[in-house]
Ligand binder design. Structure first.
Ligand SMILES: Nc1ncnc2c1ncn2[C@@H]1O[C@H](COP(=O)(O)OP(=O)(O)O)[C@@H](O)[C@H]1O
Ligand SMILES: [Mg+2]
Length: 137
């Protein structure tokens, strides 16, 4: 029988969430308006859970929530953590597929991916070797 993944169990046997969102609020302030995009959001995503955020009208905060998890937008209050580590900035463990057109059309697919590669995020690997290991080719 396979060994259980110890990362997924706390000492008392309860499952540790992969993503924990607690008391999350985001307010955008501009010279013209203050917009409370998220207010006191609570969410736990357990290991192996697959969730879709499809509910709510345009402007209810779906993209803002994903942007906070990705580390693009800082919380005004509350916290997002990944396996117990607070999200403080973007990281290679979290990918984002944008709803807007977000490619460089003058580059091919490989060079679009390579444009995001920085040695500082994966020390010791070159762009070519890193991308080759991801794509398997
Ligand atoms: N960068 C921003 N600056 C100011 N207001 C914003 C910004 N991004 C989103 N908003 C506002 O925050 C609210 C939530 O937006 P958003 O998260 O994009 O919602 P959804 O993805 O559900 O359509 C909207 O009222 C939107 O106008
Ligand atoms: Mg959106």
């Amino acid at each position: 029988m396979a060994e259980p993944d110890v990362r997924q169990r706390a000492e008392d046997g309860t499952k540790i969430a992969d993503v924990t969102i607690s008391g999350l609020s985001v307010q955008y302030d501009s010279s013209r308006a203050e917009t409370l995009a998220l207010s006191d959001v609570e969410l736990r995503v357990l290991p192996s859970e697959f969730i879709c955020l499809i509910g709510g009208p345009s402007g209810c905060g779906k993209t803002t929530l994903l942007n906070v998890v990705a580390g693009f937008v800082p919380p005004t209050a509350g916290e997002v953590s990944i396996r117990g580590n607070p999200v403080q900035s973007r990281a290679v463990e979290r990918g984002m597929v944008f709803q807007e057109y977000a490619l460089f059309p003058w580059r091919n697919a490989w060079r679009n991916v390579a444009s995001a590669w920085r040695p500082s995020v994966c020390p010791g690997t070159s762009c070519a070797s890193g991308l080759t290991s991801i794509s398997g080719s």
